[in-house]
Design a protein around this ligand. Structure first.
Ligand code: HEC
Length: 116
């Protein structure tokens, strides 16, 4: 009785191979997505926002408030629309990308603004 023993021994190996393939193909998709949009880090975005955006978009009444408050902006606009607002702003908002901000910075800030 050799065959049944071999089957039992190889069955878990197949399972491991199948799971490995699934993980690898999922990882491939994630990597593809990353090259298009980047994985955004809203914590880093918050720091960049404080430095580059808050002087104009601050929520406190005594702030300069050159621009509108962005609180609840994430309910009015999609993530992609926020990215577009930063990359191709309406005057008088300054164009900070590219130059001051990298595309990773824009992605991180947009992720932060989306949750304000
Ligand atoms: C020099 C001031 C200034 C700075 C700095 C600035 N903005 Fe603005 N922003 C404005 C003004 C003014 C508007 C309104 C433009 C208009 O009249 O449509 C605006 C509009 C926007 C809007 C669209 C708001 C809406 O609902 O119409 C978004 C989103 C935005 N800014 C995000 C940002 C982010 C994120 C940053 C930082 C990377 C930033 N802004 C930096 C002045 C600024």
């Amino acid at each position: 009785m050799r065959a049944p023993t071999q089957q039992i021994r190889f069955a878990p190996l197949f399972a491991v191979a199948a799971v490995t393939l699934m993980v690898l193909s999922a990882g491939g998709c994630a990597r593809q997505r990353q090259t298009r949009v980047q994985v955004a880090d809203s914590g880093r975005g918050g720091q960049l926002f404080a430095k580059n955006c808050l002087p104009c978009h601050g929520a406190s009444p005594d702030a300069a408030r050159i621009g509108p408050s962005l609180v609840n902006e994430g309910q009015r606009r999609s993530y992609a629309e926020i990215v577009r607002a930063i990359e191709a702003p309406d005057p008088p908002m300054p164009k900070l990308f590219p130059g001051t901000l990298t595309s990773q910075d824009v992605a991180d800030i947009a992720a932060y603004v989306k949750n304000l």
